[in-house]
Design a protein around this ligand. Sequence first.
Ligand SMILES: *Cc1c(COP(=O)(O)O)cnc(C)c1O
Length: 398
Amino acid sequence: MTDFAKTRQMFDIPPGVIYLNGNSLGPMPKAAPNAINSFLMDEWRTELVRGWNTKNWFMQSNTLGDRLGRLIGAPAGSTVVGDTLSIRVFQAVAAALALAPDRRVILSDSGNFPTDLYMVEGLMGLRDVGYELRTPAPEDVLDHITEEVATVMVTEVDYRSGRKHDMQAIIKKAHSVGATVVWDLAHSIGAIPVDMYGTNADFAVGCTYKFLNSGPGGPAFIYVAPRLIDQVAPVLSGWFAHEAPFAFDLNFRPMPGKIDRMRIGTPSIAAFSLLGAALDIWDGVDMLDLRARSIELSEALISGVEAKCPGLTLASPRDPEQRGSHVAFKFEHGYACMQALIAQGVIGDFRAPNIMRFGITPLFTSLEDITQAVDILANILTEKTWQNPEFQSKALVT
Ligand SMILES: *Cc1c(COP(=O)(O)O)cnc(C)c1O
């Protein structure tokens, strides 16, 4: 059994804070300051440029990719980290399109995170061959997978509602019509069990600063099925993807047969040091234990809010099997109410137009945190604290 009392001790959460936003930005691991400091003092300062070899900086995209791959059922050698999720979406969709050169339809859904759709729009603009991005309602995706579709690009867990797609069903249907699937696992990795290998997934991308706790701007990742890697065009053909980067050839030759061809350019090694410290915590975590605990905490939040917080209605699927690891409620005064909650130390977030979101993160959240958060929320509603003028004006980031 995973020891969640122990993992909780591995985070440095400010006193008085109940942090229910680890789905947006994970909290700082206690090991993070030492990790970054030792990178600075024992690696950059002392090794200088030698660190690329002596500290293995050059291969950290791969070694960290392998460590993180364990959490999504990805075999060693199929995942690399670096760059941002938006860039990885572009890269994965471009690679998927190149595998189906005669097809023009990219299928996503209207619940997808906007940057994923924006990146595809930008990609379509580069090649004037009549690409079309279709965004049916999430529940209709399966029916829209036809032989016109080159690739399906969906986020497994909806960033607002927490609704979860049926990964196995979508992959099976896509493969049956000769299409591939690009999964965005931003709200899946570290949140729910994922099995890239077992579901025969093609591509996946995601970030590490949410449930994995690597810090703001932590590196993204990309997974490519080993069976596809030799056919996959890197598209963003940077020198870190070259077969022989230090031959400095004038022409690009992608690294044959290896995920290295999805690397791009010099990654942030400082950010890698923080990701390494964050992944240490995951070493003792069993994803099935985490899932069971996440459901227990989510159910406690939902039943508490429904019993004590009139005016809020559940915006997430009621069936826990249909949800990821956050819970959303609709409330007309959701923004002001969330500001009032944050002022009392309960940190969640708000998504337009009226969604209050609460991340459920068993590594550092206890049942007692949930009960306390519900009581504070109930009090804000009874006292109408949210009406206070200071809670009305919207900040740059909600
Ligand atoms: C968080 C999130 C992003 C963010 O992309 P960045 O490039 O890291 O800013 C993209 N897509 C989804 C589905 C997300 O949840």
